[in-house]
Design a binder for this molecule. Structure first.
Ligand SMILES: [Zn+2]
Length: 405
């Protein structure tokens, strides 16, 4: 088994702090690219083969780094690691929530989702190259700029590289116990637009047809589709409508988040939402959107990957199913992708609740398998790659589930 020295937890944490202090909201391509530049420089210096894909549509660049050993790449599919460098946090968040280390946890905007995981992938990859560790398979690292808004410009790349790889490790955070994720719900995003008949609420009340009332009834109908036993959830937020209290609302609308455990459920619920009809014949209802990410269902392949990671982890590595989507779903669905399927128009400014808590993280400590402060023992190349989803040391709730995905 090849051995890789990964250095001390303190060194890893210090470098990670630099990543967190570089604020990278998805909507600021230049800011994301500053961190992308930093990662590229480190990988290039190590000797990785780099491909930088220029950003488009207002998003930052994608970065592909490959291990430089041509003999290993000849006939063997690589292991692909994916991390995103963007976060849901706006510029200035660091002022209110500065990076800090509290005991064995490091806090900071985006450290949990998912700079810690992306950094660990970067660090492991770089260590393997600089130390000349020969691995059984080539390794590809893909760093993306737009995961938090549904990966509009990285999706094709993820699908291409995922299809060409033996397995894909998504470095997103896991649960408080460090379990990795072997199944995820599929995610659908929709927008519901209601048009009513505007009228003065005092003098012409009966002439109006309130879009807001129609929307309220539609929301009740949508929430009646929730089936917790089947793992199907729908959430309506945000909502909007009307102009002023004395005017019957001519327009109203909402967004809808759909989570499903199976492809069949996704197809069924998508059809139901797109077919919504108005209660009031004077109103019109229009729904746009669709399934953004299909579910990642547990199967023999990812269970085998999990079992391998568990056997190598050196600690108790659990597994779990999650409701939140991730880019790990995309490569699994590449062959099923339907490019003609309607998708929700991309939102340029993901709305992040100001009260969204800073998610604590302690990645270097537990990923290294040693308490913070101890030198890290030699690590095998394989065990540097947490299985199929997540940095095993990541903690607290998954901010992904609250982000616009
Ligand atoms: Zn994430």
């Amino acid at each position: 088994m090849p051995q890789t020295q990964v250095g001390t937890s303190e060194d890893m944490l210090a470098e990670l702090a630099g990543w967190v202090r570089q604020e990278t909201p998805t909507t600021d391509a230049a800011a994301v690219n500053v961190l992308m530049n930093q990662a590229e420089a480190g990988l290039a210096q190590a000797g990785a083969a780099i491909t930088r894909i220029p950003g488009r549509d207002g998003y930052g660049d994608n970065l592909l780094a490959r291990t430089p050993d041509p003999s290993a790449a000849r006939n063997v599919k690589p292991v692909l690691m994916i991390g995103h460098l963007d976060t849901v946090w706006s510029h200035g968040t660091l002022g209110a929530m500065p990076y800090r280390v509290d005991g064995d946890r490091a806090h900071g905007p985006g450290i949990y989702d998912m700079k810690a995981g992306s950094f660990i992938a970067f660090h492991a990859f770089r260590s393997i190259i600089t130390q000349g560790v020969r691995t059984g398979r080539p390794i590809t690292l893909l760093l993306t700029p737009d995961e938090e808004v549904g990966s509009p410009t990285s999706r094709t790349l993820i699908e291409q590289e995922g299809t060409a790889s033996e397995c894909v490790l998504i470095m997103e955070p896991a649960a408080t116990d460090g379990s990795c994720v072997t199944a995820r719900k599929g995610v659908g995003r929709f927008a519901l637009h209601v048009t009513g008949v505007g009228a003065h609420a005092g003098s012409r009340f009966t002439d109006g047809a309130s879009a807001i009332v129609e929307l309220a009834r539609q929301i009740e109908r949508i929430h009646a589709m929730v089936d917790l036993a089947a793992g199907i959830t729908l959430n309506v937020a945000p909502v909007w409508g009307g102009s002023r209290p004395n005017v019957i609302a001519a327009d109203a609308g909402c967004e809808i988040d759909l989570r499903v455990p199976t492809i069949e459920a996704g197809t069924q619920l998508e059809a139901a939402l797109l077919a919504l009809q108005p209660f009031d014949p004077r109103c019109t209802v229009r729904v746009e959107g669709g399934m953004n990410r299909p579910p990642m269902q547990e199967g023999p392949a990812n269970l085998a990957l999990y079992e391998r990671a568990r056997s190598l982890a050196g600690f108790q590595l659990g597994k779990q199913h999650r409701g939140g989507g991730s880019d790990g779903i995309l490569h699994r669905s590449a062959r099923r992708a339907d490019p003609g399927r309607p998708r929700l128009p991309r939102r340029r400014s993901p709305r992040q609740p100001r009260t969204h808590p800073v998610a604590p993280a302690r990645p270097p400590r537990r990923v290294a398998g040693r308490p913070l402060g101890d030198p890290v023992n030699p690590w095998t190349a394989t065990t540097t790659l947490p299985a199929c989803c997540s940095a095993p040391g990541a903690t607290s709730r998954n901010a992904c589930t609250a982000s616009p995905r």
